[in-house]
Design a protein around this ligand. Structure first.
Ligand code: XAN
Length: 426
């Protein structure tokens, strides 16, 4: 196995060149130079013959996957109490669980399980919510750094509408803790960086948003939050922010809704035309979280409309509203829920195809991190080695069919190797 960042892989290569072009190369050569993709070739060009070559046999080689939205502290209650809608679910399950992370021993144990699982998963990049606790957030960042994955991690900000045991005492305290956290982590890690994380508008007073906006401008860090997920939530935002024209406007008033602040918003199930227009104008990313939207009966996002309008969109698992960390599963769910929406809600919005779902889980979401999620020349070399030999089929299948089956039928045991920027994670 190659031990530096210049090498060649041989195998069955599958990647999105753009949303409509899934490129597959049987027994092709994938060249990595200095941690970046140099090219994909049917025959290996002469100038690369001297590089170390790993032949992965009949396995599939794909880009690493990006999870644009996951809550690390919620990993511990996956699969529990899934019978509520968003706002009740937050009060009954989420806030009490997240409050436990004030205890560093608990945080270390729980975050170690999360980090180990993420390491073994197909995900190479992720945007991660922590909790309001600065020390525990740093523990999570330390553990994520050890995994080698490239992640953005956010200390959550919230100063209203949650129980006393899980609410920052004032906007000032939230600001102070955030600045202290940023001072400690800004240049501490190679692979982990901070992302500003106002939980959602119902959790953040205007004064807190104002203070966070100043922090965003000073430190120039990206922003992650939630948007237009649930009907009761949207009604509540209207009551809380009578001056805002729509939900996204409540973030935009504080400069935390896209350009110049790189922003990813989870869900966007009920975004209005005005909200969509502003997202397009300011390049806001959508983290589509189909399993979460089903589990919390939030609804089904109109992903076909977002794709057709060329919006920035990727996939999120949204653990624990989503039950698992698999972005392959999120791809399958994105197709499934879009078919239900087409059948039951709006026949003019055609279902999401497998190629589009794969694009969202790789190149679509990956672009939030830069040149990530493809084997186009110059892209960071994030790659997966996938073994589908234990998913036999009576007939020979095309690479596209094998990839599709992998998306639906595989689990982490089928992942034989994972690389970020040319370095092996496992
Ligand atoms: N809005 C949310 N939505 C969700 O799916 N999970 C959360 O933890 C959350 N907080 C606000």
């Amino acid at each position: 196995m190659a031990d530096n960042n210049n090498f060649v892989f041989k195998g069955n290569i599958c990647y999105s060149e753009d949303i409509h072009l899934l490129r597959t190369v049987e027994q092709g050569y994938l060249v990595c130079l200095e941690g970046k993709t140099e090219g994909v070739y049917k025959e290996l060009p002469e100038q690369f013959l001297n590089l170390p070559l790993t032949d992965w046999g009949d396995m599939l080689i794909t880009p690493g996957l990006t999870d644009l939205h996951i809550h690390a502290p919620q990993f511990s209650f996956r699969g529990l109490n899934m019978d509520l809608e968003l706002l009740d679910w937050l009060n009954t399950n989420t806030f009490p669980e997240e409050a436990k992370y004030i205890d560093l021993d608990y945080a270390k144990k729980a975050y170690q399980i999360f980090a180990d699982t993420m390491k073994r998963s197909a995900t190479t990049r992720a945007c991660i919510f922590a909790t309001i606790h600065r020390p525990a957030t740093q523990v999570l960042m330390d553990l994520m750094e050890e995994t080698g994955l490239r992640t953005m991690v956010g200390k959550v900000n919230m100063d209203r509408n949650s129980p006393d045991f899980y609410c920052e005492k004032s906007p000032k305290e939230s600001e102070r803790e955030t600045i202290e956290w940023l001072e400690q982590v800004m240049s501490k890690y190679k692979h982990v960086s901070p992302i500003l994380t106002p939980r959602f508008i119902p959790s953040c007073t205007d004064e807190l948003m104002e203070r966070l906006s100043r922090i965003q401008k000073k430190y120039k860090i990206p922003v992650q939050s939630h948007l237009s997920e649930n009907k009761s939530e949207i009604t509540w935002v209207k009551e809380l922010c009578p001056a805002s024209k729509f939900y996204g406007d409540a973030y935009d008033q504080f400069g935390m809704f896209g350009k110049p602040a790189k922003t990813v918003m989870a869900h966007c199930v009920y975004s209005t035309d005005e909200e969509i227009d502003l997202m397009k104008k300011q390049g806001v990313y959508i983290a589509h979280c189909p399993e979460s939207n089903t589990n919390l009966s939030s609804g089904i996002a109109p992903v076909r409309a977002y794709l057709d309008q060329k919006m920035n969109i990727g996939l999120g698992t949204d653990v624990a509203a989503g039950t698992g960390e698999s972005i392959f599963r999120a791809m399958a769910e994105a197709v499934s829920v879009s078919k239900l929406r087409w059948r039951l809600v709006d026949e003019s919005l055609k279902p999401v195809t497998m190629e589009e779902a794969f694009y969202m889980g790789t190149l679509g979401g990956g672009s939030f991190f830069g040149k990530i999620g493809s084997f186009i020349k110059g892209y960071e070399f994030d790659a997966l080695i996938l073994d589908d030999s234990s998913l036999p089929h009576p007939q020979p299948l095309s690479l596209k069919e094998r990839l599709e089956r992998f998306i639906y039928l595989s689990d982490d045991r089928h992942i034989k190797g994972k690389f970020t920027e040319g370095s092996r994670i496992f």
